[in-house]
Design a protein around this ligand. Structure first.
Ligand code: CDP
Length: 327
């Protein structure tokens, strides 16, 4: 007797099935294409498989770069991926490098205009997905703590850096994309949802050709054909020198740990008191290092700077450090 497996959830483009393990789910990517909040709909044979492949590829890229994601691997069918089971945070996190879509309408930007720095916007996953401020996210308790919200923003920008470099090495401009995050059974924040061209705006750097769901939204070209060509471009190996290194500027501030007597601070405080500033209660002298470092990504720069700060610039037994990285 076969036992029918019950669907855990079904959305416009994906079905969630129970996984082989209790903390896993099977995500089936459907052949459906939707736009304008479901008003436009089409069945596009092959789309599910293409989106599962592209999502899997991009999840692997992020995992290999140290981004925590829900991705475990491919499923038994080409339309399926296996994920860690998450409790999703009801936010759409949009990162924008160039002005397209709703931001053009809302703020009257010229379409295609580059932003001075990447922008992160939040939308609340409710009926019509309104834009939401960070204060309102906290007020509505949509995230467990303020630091989770801060981590979402940091991760979104780190992911953006990785995507910009990855697509750029393949002659593609990553204009914007949408992410969703969730918490695993241990309360760890992981990237969830999907990473398919349905959720990106991607343009050929040379020709400006549209390589994402805008071909369907605006009836520009055949969606399956477009996604197939995109997948081929992503699967092709790229020359190592096409990945440009970036320069990062950082500050490392080192100071003695609380409750540890620092003779230098003690001497300065005595001097300060002698000079008549008797109201100065405490003073902690420290060191400031200004560092320029070249790395493939913000994550790589951060990892190397932390190691440098812990092993060379500070004495971890008696000192703490603070790291500030600028682009
Ligand atoms: O694309 P649209 O004008 O509806 O909204 P947007 O805020 O300009 O979208 C920014 C990016 O997020 C685009 O790459 C969209 O494809 C993606 N997005 C998404 O994947 N799902 C949504 N519900 C809304 C936006």
């Amino acid at each position: 007797m076969t036992v029918a497996t019950e669907i855990l959830a079904e959305g416009k483009t994906k079905i969630l099935w129970p996984g082989n393990q209790p903390d896993e789910v099977l995500v089936e990517y459907k052949d459906a294409a939707t736009a304008f909040n479901g008003k436009k709909y089409a069945e596009i044979p092959g789309k599910g498989e293409l989106n599962a492949k592209i999502s899997g590829l991009l999840f692997q890229l992020l995992e290999a770069s140290g981004i925590p994601t829900c991705f475990i691997g491919g499923g038994s069918r080409p339309t399926e991926l296996v994920y860690k089971r998450l409790t999703m945070i009801p936010l759409e996190v949009v990162v924008r490098n160039y002005a397209y879509g709703s931001v053009v309408k809302r703020f009257n930007f010229d379409e295609g205009m580059p932003f001075h720095k990447p922008l992160v916007e939040f939308f609340h996953k409710t009926n019509d997905d309104p834009q939401i401020t960070e204060d309102m996210i906290l007020e509505l308790n949509l995230v467990p703590t303020e630091s989770v919200l801060e981590s979402i923003k940091v991760l979104a920008l780190q992911i953006n850096e990785l995507f910009v470099a990855y697509f750029s090495a393949r002659g593609i401009r990553c204009a914007d994309f949408k992410l969703e995050f969730g918490l695993d059974k241990n309360g760890h924040l992981l990237l969830g949802d999907e990473l398919s061209p349905d959720n990106f705006r991607l343009r050929d750097q040379q020709t400006g050709a549209v390589l994402d769901k805008d071909v369907f939204r605006l009836d520009l070209a055949d969606l399956a054909e477009t996604y197939r060509t995109l997948l081929q471009r992503l699967e092709q190996p790229v020359a190592a020198n096409s990945v440009r290194k970036q320069m990062y500027q950082a500050e490392v501030l080192v100071h003695s740990r609380k409750n540890i007597l620092n003779p230098e601070s003690k001497a300065i405080l005595e001097g300060v008191h002698t000079l008549g500033y008797g109201n100065v209660q405490a003073l902690n002298a420290g060191k400031r290092f200004s560092v320029k470092i070249e790395a493939d990504s913000l994550i790589e720069a951060e990892q190397q700077l932390k190691k440098l700060a812990e092993t060379v610039l500070s004495n971890p037994v008696i000192e703490d450090y603070e790291l500030r990285i600028k682009r």
